[in-house]
Design a binder for this molecule. Sequence first.
Ligand code: NAD
Length: 341
Amino acid sequence: MKYQTILTLVLILGNKVVGMETVILREDDVEELITMEEAMNAVEEAFRLYALGKASMPPKVYLNFSKGDLRAMPAHIMGYAGIKWVNSHPSNPDIGLPTVMALMILNSPETGFPLVVMDATFLTSLRTGAAGGVAAKYLARKDSRVFGFVGCGKQAYFQFDALRRIFDIDLVKACDLRREVAEAFGEYCRKAGVDAMVADAREACKCDVLVTTTPSRRPVVKASWINKGTHINAIGADAEGKQELEIEILLKGKVVVDDIEQATHGGEINVAISKGEMRREDIHATIGEVIAGIKPGRESDEEITIFDSTGLAIQDIAVGKVVFENARKENRGIKMQFFRI
Ligand SMILES: NC(=O)c1ccc[n+]([C@@H]2O[C@H](COP(=O)([O-])OP(=O)(O)OC[C@H]3O[C@@H](n4cnc5c(N)ncnc54)[C@H](O)[C@@H]3O)[C@@H](O)[C@H]2O)c1
């Protein structure tokens, strides 16, 4: 469908803005306006700036309902202020709606003007994949060749897309509760030129980089399955009570989080911390501190490293900025004057 495009009208009379429009971008626009490379660069820079204190990000706000929740995720970074408003309703597919739907508004920090309203559903997966890629770049062994995936749903695809831009992947081992889901993911990897096999969880863990993307609330990965030198992207646990790894893995590995507060309350480490088996001091660093050179990343080929990803608003705003600026260059989107200016 072609969009009606109206030239943005910004008339400045004296010092006064008399007409100004907000850009509206749908999921199709957003997908075409940003690449995984751009997302990875943006997310890496966002983590770095956050570690240097050059961003602000209040805690997420939750509204809980019987069938799901809504979360508000605001941040100010890289010259933009904004908020992602995202739901999670697991039974939505029964009535033909997606589980997760997200919208983002980016505003000018100078005036508060809403510059763009965009779909952020695709962006959420993109920035999560980008974060996994960036984390593995700093924490995995450079010669990593075999990649295990436990959970082969939506997030696994984005993790793979980011990781294959950094590593020469020889083999993907795909594990999912539903064999057909693992097979479809393996097929996707093969189409990207990477050999792939369906595996059980134990076999998938015999790898250089392990990616876990299940919504599990009980460990699906046992400590005895993890070899020395493995890097783990623990993506699935992003809310209280969720857990994919046996706690022993966290205790014997080097844990790097995206944000200490969020990870403590809802990341892979949340269960270990609430049970008193791990302390905040056991967290080695944030990924931003590693990127900024404040703390070391991997220090030996023997170490087990774990990236605990919860998903941050600064990641959303950073990729949203790329989308908005590319949209402006290409004059994409519907323009709307919301206010009588
Ligand atoms: N860290 C972040 O920033 C972030 C961002 C988005 C989503 N997530 C989380 O990632 C998880 C996955 O999201 P998704 O969109 O890929 O969901 P999805 O439903 O598309 O995929 C999850 C897959 O995991 C499989 N699975 C479940 N339990 C398993 C087990 N014990 N062993 C093997 N496979 C198992 C399911 O069969 C399914 O295919 C969710 O918990 C979601 O909340 C985290």
